[in-house]
Write a protein that binds this ligand. Structure first.
Ligand code: MN
Length: 164
């Protein structure tokens, strides 16, 4: 988990986005509406001191058992969970970013978040203003692309179905 990829894509003299640093013990999530070349939502979950990030082109699923494509993007700094603003033209991800929802999450699997991520199967209970309840992120790798995941709205009574 590192911010190398994030920093390499950006010129911090030109973009208002945070340079950031890694830190542990956060359990925040954020969904940012990003009016880039194509409008999409960025779903970010703090794991091991960074925000693991996915671009969700068609919006976050709100009803069980809806699922949407979520394409993994580079890790972002934890500070990015508070970022709203305009990334200038010519910069990576140019366009307006606004916080669509944010809050905290609870891991609902028995294994740790890092292991769940590496395992390609994350299950969390979100406590946001808009998003509430259980969600899964599954690394389907379809089209042979390891960055392809699905974000799925789960039933709230569902708890740790992989480990019984
Ligand atoms: Mn984005």
């Amino acid at each position: 988990m590192s911010l190398g990829g994030y920093r390499k894509k950006r010129d911090f003299l030109k973009t208002p986005e945070p340079r950031g640093r890694t830190r542990k013990k956060e359990n925040v999530f954020v969904v940012q509406e990003h009016s880039a070349r194509r409008l999409h939502f960025d779903f970010r979950l703090a794991i091991e001191g960074v925000l693991k990030s996915w671009a969700v082109p068609n919006g976050i699923p709100l009803k069980v058992p809806e699922k949407r494509l979520a394409v993994e993007t580079e890790d972002h700094p934890i500070e990015y969970a508070k970022f709203e603003g305009v990334i200038p033209k010519g910069q990576y991800g140019a366009g307006k970013v606004r916080i669509w929802d944010n809050g905290t999450y609870r891991n609902i699997r028995k294994m740790g978040m890092k292991e769940s991520y590496e395992n390609g199967q994350i299950e969390v209970n979100l406590k946001g203003s808009v998003l509430k309840g259980n969600f899964a992120l599954i690394n389907t790798k379809f089209n042979n692309n390891p960055k392809n995941w699905l974000i799925i709205k789960m039933k709230d009574d569902k708890y740790d179905f992989t480990n019984g």
